[in-house]
Design a protein around this ligand. Sequence first.
Ligand code: ZN
Ligand code: FE
Length: 257
Amino acid sequence: MALDLLTIPCLSDNYAYLIHNPASGQTALVDVPEAAPLLAALSDKGWTLSDILLTHHHWDHIDGVADLLAGLPNRPAVWGAAADAHRLPPLNHALKDGDCVTICSANVQVLDVPGHTVGHIAFHFPDDHLLFSGDSLMVMGCGRLFEGTPAQMHLALSRMAAVPGETLVCSGHEYTSSNIAFALSLEPENPALMLRAKAVKSAREAGRATVPATLAEELETNPFLRAHNPALQSALGLAGAADVDVFTEIRARKDKF
Ligand code: ZN
Ligand code: FE
């Protein structure tokens, strides 16, 4: 990987990400829950922020933008969804599904991934195997459906699940422990899930982040990516049902878990 990736805990359980290209000297930030830890990380690394990427409009992903800009000596470019321009901080680059842009001298593909919100986008760096998925695809889970439909989220997850397995899923929150507990309630005998539950437990006990994770791990253990799996379908009493209906049932059960 040509880019350096720094995962920065913010607020109580959010993550923001700094992406640094040592060759070009550029640095991008994905989501801005709060300014202070990000300003500290930039100053610690001696990096100059060139770009701010916003996944969606929720306050815990954008509320730090004004303070961050006020604390910087320069003015980075702000990228976000054109569809949500009315409820995001002022954008320099308004993006839509399928846009291919260059950020930090790297290729970036924009995916529209509605469900958690409409106007939620993901940033895929295909050459660097990074996917910034915000609150759409989350490690061991997916975001709650505040604005979109189960069918929208199912399609969005299917599109993200199609990127190469080695891709790191960089999502917006540390929710993995509770997501694992839910996954185990559905697939208590999934061997990959049992192993992962142990690894996550010891990581959290040691105070380590469980995010990001590879898409390959997610495909084996994240129930929201496994609606096609016959054992999971049977466990839900939905053997042979359409994937979107299985997904809808999994999402409904998680809301009540
Ligand atoms: Zn959100
Ligand atoms: Fe969030």
